[in-house]
Design a protein around this ligand. Structure first.
Ligand code: N2P
Length: 360
């Protein structure tokens, strides 16, 4: 920019996109190897603007308002489902994305539940929601047979009362925590019945005083540096915390367990808003992401499984061989999925969540 002579510089400031093509991506935090962003810019000459969020609700508010300015966004399947119905996205032109041949039919079958025919989205990554534990601390507080693979850990007030001394964080995500609580009390985790949903209120209100924070991204560092001993969070984030602790060599040992009562399996989908400023650039970004080696590099970095079959040749053993990331048959059988509530049930959920967080 420094060497550009004045009229051209003025044009850049005034017109911007006439000179430098831009693609704006809005993805979850801690969800990519940033070297890939630079690689995309180097390969395509496109400027990539990459912003992050940690909440489906925040993303949804922007999408429903319209004019988000983003070309690529990454809602979870259950949210994408109702956003498609609301007309938020445009259909994808697969003829412009040859790398879509790399996608994995097994995952496409599952995401078709949210996006029939997979016309509007491609799977980026998928994972489970479960228990991140500082093994040493939790055993110190609850004893050697601490239920580190059971929802008893976080839903029994007597456990939580003790764990409060070393710190517990929960996701600030009703669509993740309420299904787990429903499952724990023996209800359908995907129940839309207001009476069933109301039953989890006393359970969550009873443990709320022992939760130091509801937050959906801070728990990675908090677990890694020993500030908290339990996080009810996302699989790959907790495995990233495990690695950050190991790198810091601080004696903190973090483990991730999908609860034995069953765990939520979710799918994060890349889609292009109907009003995206640069849909052609967005397709180029999606095609870049669907390259087998690029997708493998992303999964190897963030410890989440992906929906790209061809990438599996490039995954490290720590990723493809870890059943916490690529579940074996037995683990798979214990995973459940959820769907979006209608607006009326959603209002009930939102009200309930506000009450739970405030502990009243
Ligand atoms: C990445 C979290 C992605 C999982 N930090 C949420 N669906």
């Amino acid at each position: 920019m420094k060497t550009i002579w004045l009229p051209l510089a003025a044009l850049t400031l005034a017109g911007g996109s006439a000179l430098a093509e831009e693609v704006r991506v809005y993805n979850w935090s801690d969800y990519i190897d940033e070297a890939l962003l630079e690689k995309f810019e180097a390969e395509t000459g496109i400027d990539l603007i990459y912003d992050v969020f940690d909440s489906n609700e925040v993303l949804e508010t922007k999408l429903l308002a319209g004019g988000s300015g983003y070309d690529v966004v990454v809602p979870t399947g259950s949210f994408l489902e109702r956003q498609i119905q609301a007309g938020v996205f445009q259909k994808l032109d697969f003829s412009k994305m040859p790398n879509s041949a790399n996608l994995w039919d097994l995952i496409k079958d599952r995401t078709a539940k949210y996006d029939p025919g997979n016309e509007y989205s491609i799977n980026y990554m998928w994972g489970t929601t479960g228990l991140g534990v500082n093994v040493g601390k939790v055993k110190e507080v609850l004893g050697e047979d601490a239920p580190i693979n059971s929802l008893d850990l976080v839903f029994k007030p007597e456990n939580m009362e003790k764990l409060a001394s070393c710190g517990v964080m929960f996701l600030d995500a009703p669509a993740e925590i309420l299904p787990a609580a429903l499952k724990y009390i023996g209800e359908d985790p995907d129940s839309k019945d207001p009476e069933a949903i109301a039953k989890v209120e006393p359970l969550l209100v009873a443990v709320q005083p022992y939760i130091s924070k509801f937050h959906s991204s801070e728990y990675i560092n908090a677990l890694a540096n020993g500030e908290i001993c339990v996080a009810f969070g996302w699989s790959g984030d907790i495995l990233q915390a495990r690695d950050r602790a190991a790198e810091a060599d601080n004696g903190v040992e973090i483990a991730y367990n999908a609860p034995k009562e069953g765990a939520l399996m979710w799918f994060d989908q890349m889609a292009i808003p109907a009003d995206a400023p640069n849909p052609e650039g967005a397709l180029k970004f999606l095609n870049f992401i669907m390259d087998a080696e690029n997708m493998a590099a992303a999964s190897n970095y963030v410890y989440y499984a992906n929906g790209n079959k061809a990438s599996q040749d490039f995954l490290v053993e720590d990723v493809i061989g870890d059943p916490a990331i690529y579940p074996d048959e037995a683990t798979m059988g214990n995973l459940y999925t959820t769907t979006a509530p209608d607006p009326k049930v959603q209002r009930t959920v939102t009200r309930l969540w506000t009450k739970i967080k405030s502990g009243t």
